[in-house]
Design a protein around this ligand. Sequence first.
Ligand code: FE2
Length: 141
Amino acid sequence: MSALSENCHHDRATVDGEHRMQIELIEALQASLHHPTGTRPGPTALMDQLQSFCAAHFMSEELLMRFCAYPELDDHIADHERTLDTLAGIALNQPGDPAAAEARLSEIKGFLTAHIRTRDLAFTEYYRRWSEVGSADRLVE
Ligand SMILES: [Fe+2]
């Protein structure tokens, strides 16, 4: 492991916790759409939290991917952008059509869950191998 990679963490429990938080925020937002006046924080505040959390989490992932020369970076970023763009579109529609907002949240929850189970898992495996050899150049398929 290189000196740099020792300071660069991609610890599985932390990443799993962040992914869980993303899904829980989506679910909390969906629930708040059913009871917009009975939940605190309300839908707008939850959407702000969800967007901010996703943006920070995605930026952190992408920085680490660049750092270790992850070859699937562009496809991964495309998924992140699709997620953020979808959330931004929902935010623009609020509070006009809760049913449409919830449908789009369900769609993005499914998309993000699949992303976590496939692309994020693939990166975790790449990072594990990269950490062992300390360089993308020395990674052997
Ligand atoms: Fe990701």
